[in-house]
Ligand binder design. Structure first.
Ligand code: ARG
Length: 467
């Protein structure tokens, strides 16, 4: 931090106790973004090459200067990639670090690169390019996660498990059906990612400081060279807009919430009390004191990552709130949130993909639990409606009495005798036993989107054609 202090400036009276050097060092520290925006070097160089090429095409700079600029920028790209580049905090950010180095490499021609642009449109461009690449990566990662779920769903289309509401056994479902619920969630996340890519696909370069520029630039040319659909339409909005970052963070936050629900289920399922799944050694850890333990750390960390990812969204929303148009330096605080979110979302998706692929499904445990807790009571009520002609409300009441009887005898519904059932409603026949099993229950739910294995297989096929 002492770096940059002017000898003439003594410590500030107000906070001198904390700071050995003058306020200009503090200014440098609060102002500099190079510590994190160096991540944007490749986007910055690509943007500058496209800009210089356009300037030369339009006769704004000479072809000779453009060639020097492009070759200098390529040299800088390899210097940074090979770790030879020396970043300086005095030069504040990635844009000025690269431009200063370009001047050393090619001399006065470097000064022509910044014609008809400003750091305001430059940073908007670099960051958009970065976020776009990250969204494309996220889309591919979600596709792999969905594929893992589709495989498990196919494998377990017939595996019965308890379905829960309020985390209380509700009705039997299949594990395949449960997996497909996550496919729907991650499928929506991926659709949101695609929408965010579509939204941000406009090039900011050429908006300049905020008002545009008097030079005869061609923004459509730079937009095309950089892979954008078209240029942005309002130069004031362009340099003050960070919606693309907010959209990335919102998409990430919703996805993280989905991941956390899955993480929580894995934590619950892998307890000895549930025992529905066994995590692979590759995705669990042991205890240093209790040799019997296998901990679902990866799932717990995915659950926890939701905190910082959602925090990033709230942080940037709050930075942007109330900012007057156009650019304000506040907006420099956008990058760290997005970088941290991206890194952790990637990790969380990758960990979940690995866990889902690797974990052992204990179909025996799921089946045993599926039948417990009178999970087929609704099937009995539906049978009374269908076969005995009772109104559903009466059937519900009769079933309630049957459940109470089973409870008092400490047995399952299917373990009651026909006589016992008939003592509650004499119209019950022995055909009722066909619906009291979990398999019959599951197979009967053939409504669109229901848990019947045949229906789940249809949903798997629908997704396979779209993944
Ligand atoms: N480092 C700045 C940022 O990240 C670049 C833009 C600076 N523009 C300015 N007018 N000071 O936002």
């Amino acid at each position: 931090m002492a770096e940059g202090t002017k000898d003439a400036v003594s410590s500030n009276q107000m906070w001198g106790g904390r700071f050995a050097s003058g306020p200009d060092a503090i200014m440098e520290e609060i102002n500099a973004s190079i510590g994190f925006d160096k991540k944007l070097f490749a986007q910055d160089i690509r943007g500058s090459i496209a800009h210089a090429t356009m300037l030369a095409e339009k006769g704004i700079i000479s072809g000779e200067d453009k060639d020097k600029i492009v070759s200098g920028l390529n040299t800088i790209m390899s210097e940074i990639e090979t770790g030879k580049f020396e970043f300086s905090r005095k030069l504040e950010d990635i844009h000025m670090n690269i431009e200063a180095r370009l001047a050393v490499l090619i001399g006065p021609a470097a000064g022509r690169l910044h014609t008809a642009r400003s750091r305001n449109d430059q940073v908007a461009l670099d960051f958009r390019l970065w976020v776009k690449e990250e969204l494309v990566k996220t889309e591919a990662m979600l596709t792999r996660l969905i594929a893992a779920f589709l495989d498990r769903a196919e494998e377990h289309a017939d595996t019965v498990m308890p379905g829960f509401t309020h985390l209380q056994t509700a009705q039997p479902v299949t594990f395949g059906h449960h997996c497909m619920a996550y496919v729907e969630m991650f499928g929506r996340d991926r659709a949101r990612v695609r929408h965010a890519i579509d939204h941000l696909d406009e090039s900011p370069i050429g908006a300049a400081a905020l008002a545009g520029t008097p030079y005869p630039i061609d923004r459509h040319m730079t937009a095309k060279a950089l892979g954008f659909r078209e240029p942005t339409r309002n130069s004031i909005d362009t340099v003050s807009d960070r919606d693309f970052a907010l959209e990335f963070l919102s998409v990430a936050a919703i996805c993280a919430v989905h991941l956390s629900r899955l993480a929580e289920e894995i934590v619950i399922w892998s307890t000895p009390q549930f025992g529905f799944v066994r995590l692979s050694d590759a995705f669990s850890t042991g205890s240093s004191i209790m040799p019997q333990k296998k901990n679902p750390d990866a799932a717990e960390l995915v659950r926890a990552k939701t905190g910082r990812i959602n925090g990033s969204l709230v942080a940037l929303l709050t930075v942007m709130k109330g900012l007057p148009l156009a650019y304000s330096k506040d907006m420099q605080e956008d990058k760290e949130q997005v970088f941290d979110c991206a890194e952790n979302l990637e990790l969380a998706i990758a960990a979940m993909t690995g866990m889902m692929r690797d974990m052992t499904i204990r179909a025996d445990k799921m089946r045993a639990a599926a039948g417990a807790g009178y999970s087929t009571a609704t099937d009995l009520a539906d049978w009374l409606v269908r076969e005995v002609g009772l109104p559903f409300r009466d059937a519900h009441h009769v079933t309630g009495r049957v459940v109470a009887l089973a409870e008092s005898k400490g047995c399952d519904l299917s373990e009651l005798s026909l006589e016992e059932l008939q003592s509650i409603n004499p119209a019950i026949t022995d055909k009722v036993f066909n619906v009291l099993s979990v398999d019959a229950s599951v197979a009967s739910r053939t409504s669109f989107g229901g848990t019947a294995p045949a229906e789940v297989r249809k949903q798997i096929a629908w997704w396979r054609a779209r993944n």
